[in-house]
Design a protein around this ligand. Structure first.
Ligand code: GLV
Ligand code: MG
Length: 321
């Protein structure tokens, strides 16, 4: 599962029923692209979409995006054939399966077992295809720790706000915005934090869902900023115009990245024998210690994964001082 730790700042949803949109998506700079056999593909178009999606995965013209297929959920009659057809035809090109409406760990386990057979039958390394469970209902949120640990294939936990809002009767139709009449705080906070904490507890990525007003990129940015500030790793994008905004919002700011690298260098120097083997040291006006190093590591890892280059360097203080 080489995709486990790759950045997923922008996760582009592409309807599996649209050849044109799949072709366009291949060259877009989203970190992940998922071809959708679920809600963006009508029931009567699903069989054909399986073939189209599988063919598209095997074609040339892709960048180095993480390539994912969203199958239908286990309460439908489509899931097993979605998975079988796509992995048989294009498993070697697939990084992960996005599994919607996961409410119980058995959903992940069932997919894990099926993938193991398919990988063996197709001569693929067992475990090479990851699973991205979508948390889209109250039961899924209640069972989130069991879902997160149901299989070593799980790479991310993904929020599905549209289905979630419908499932809990939240009084809004505008996905990503606050319900009318809720004028204090953020109605999504509990759900978002529960997903984030479970992801961090189990070493997974936390991914925010879609913002549906696709023409309003500023509003998308605001929505993305909120979850990026909490610590989420990325967000779905439904339109090419949202990709750049997501990549930007979920990358560290240059000044934060530079500072994080500086903290790591300074801490390494001062804790070494040459630097005096100290534990808590000053970096300019700031006191840094082991906890500062841990915070800096997070920002540094995100910046490096996003290909950022530092614009300043650490100079050790003069020896003998
Ligand atoms: C996505 O699947 C959602 O329900 O928001
Ligand atoms: Mg959904």
């Amino acid at each position: 599962m080489v995709s486990r730790n790759r950045p997923r700042r922008s996760v582009l949803a592409v309807p599996g029923s649209s050849r044109k949109m799949i072709d366009k998506a291949k060259s877009l700079p989203a970190d992940e692209i998922f071809l959708d056999l679920e809600d963006a593909t009508a029931p009567l178009a699903k069989e054909e979409a399986r073939i189209r999606v599988s063919e598209a995965l095997t074609e040339d013209g892709w960048g180095d995006q993480i390539k994912v297929v969203r199958v239908n959920d286990w309460t439908t009659e489509w899931t097993y054939r979605d998975v079988t057809e796509v992995v048989d035809r294009a498993g070697v090109h697939l990084d992960a399966i996005l599994l919607p409406k996961v409410s119980d760990p058995s959903h992940v386990q069932a997919l894990d077992l099926l993938l193991t057979q398919l990988e063996k039958a197709n001569g693929l390394e067992v475990g090479c295809i990851g699973i991205e469970p979508q948390i889209e209902n109250a039961l899924g949120l209640t069972n989130i720790d069991a879902i997160a640990t149901a299989s070593p294939r799980v790479e991310t936990l993904v929020f599905g706000p549209a289905d979630f809002m419908a499932g809990i009767n939240m009084r809004t139709l505008v996905v990503g915005e606050q319900p009318d009449g809720y004028d204090r705080g953020d109605a999504y906070h509990h759900i978002l934090m529960t997903i984030l904490i479970a992801a961090r507890a189990h070493g997974l990525q936390a991914i925010d869902g879609p913002y549906l007003q696709i023409r309003d990129v500023d509003a998308f940015r605001r929505s993305a900023h909120r979850t990026a500030a909490l610590g989420f790793d990325g967000k779905w994008v439904l339109h090419p115009s949202q990709i750049e905004a997501a990549n930007d919002v979920f990358s560290p700011r240059q000044s934060d990245y530079d500072h994080a690298e500086l903290v790591l260098d300074a801490y390494e120097f001062h804790t070494s024998t040459k630097g005096g083997a100290r534990g808590a040291v000053m970096l300019g006006d700031e006191m840094i210690d082991e906890a500062s190093r841990k915070m800096a590591l997070v920002i540094s890892a995100k910046g490096r994964a996003a290909g950022m280059v530092r614009t300043s360097s650490f100079t050790p203080p003069d020896a003998g001082r």
